[in-house]
Ligand binder design. Sequence first.
Ligand SMILES: NC(=O)c1ccc[n+]([C@@H]2O[C@H](COP(=O)([O-])OP(=O)(O)OC[C@H]3O[C@@H](n4cnc5c(N)ncnc54)[C@H](OP(=O)(O)O)[C@@H]3O)[C@@H](O)[C@H]2O)c1
Length: 317
Amino acid sequence: MRTRYGPPDVIRLAEVAKPAAGEHEVLVKVRATTVNRTDCGFLSGRPFFVRLVSGIRRPKATVLGCEFSGVVEAVGSGVTSFAVGDQVFGFSEWRFGGQAEYLTIAEDGPIAAMPASVSFEAAACSTEGSHYALSMITKARIEGGQRVLVNGATGAIGSAAVQLLKRLDVVVTAVCSTEHVEMVRDLGADRVIDYTAEDFTQDAQIVDVVLDAVGKSSFGRSKRVLRPRGTFLSSDLGPLSQNPPLALITPLFGGKRVMFPIPPNHGREEMGYLKEMIESGAFRPVIDRRYPLDRIVEAYEYVEMGQKIGNVVITVP
Ligand SMILES: NC(=O)c1ccc[n+]([C@@H]2O[C@H](COP(=O)([O-])OP(=O)(O)OC[C@H]3O[C@@H](n4cnc5c(N)ncnc54)[C@H](OP(=O)(O)O)[C@@H]3O)[C@@H](O)[C@H]2O)c1
């Protein structure tokens, strides 16, 4: 837990009160959770606007962890969709609480029965990167047959984006470093550009959308490979925090434009879609490292380096 914003070492292991399920809530015994870039943003309270929801001076959520999987230990008197013993996974948006032995979540929130034949670890890391990827794909109205270039195809968002796009029959060019070319090809990418050998902004292929999943490129650099009226779509503010203002200005000119979508709240419907994607084999979350809960500070330090491959899982004893 932590009681203030700061670097990973503000987190300490502590005994906290076991939460109780409210009338329409379930109490989950957490088996696995993750440390992701959303947790890192809420840990540091940066960019500052996250504090508008997380608490201006002190964080409201003392236990972070938005992704979780586990077993239902108790249900409130009004709960009808889950029972004690059910294996579940979900996304505790805004309230967090996954990086602990127990969490409570509303039964009509982003929680679903765990997909068949998937481990707690895989289920736990299926909801954050995929949520942001799906929200970008939906907001930009990307559809089958279009060409999309995913920059940062190895991150949590990028690796989910490649798979979700392929499910829609989009033609995907993925950009990553040499070491991960085969992995990204296995995710389904039609073409892979190794950014250590080739600059994607000089590529001969013109695309409908550049989806910058790691905020390492820019609209200015990507324009050359975008078709007229094409979209530069980013999950990140950009190197100079330029993406939000460009998203407001560029649509006014009717040409190539920037989109910086604000993700909607994660919901039950989306959990159903992800569950079906996992069960059909269309989405396999990529797992990089695993840490036990008592080494969570190390996990944050690693994730903050911005070089994780897919997801970092925390196993909860
Ligand atoms: N909008 C939102 O609400 C929201 C929510 C969560 C996260 N985010 C932002 O979204 C971004 C991505 O998050 P994430 O969790 O997916 O990231 P991540 O998992 O931390 O991404 C790490 C990956 O980026 C790749 N990478 C590093 N430098 C690169 C470069 N110059 N070009 C291309 N790829 C590079 C690395 O692979 P290689 O070794 O193959 O390069 C690494 O696998 C972050 O900037 C985060 O702050 C936004």
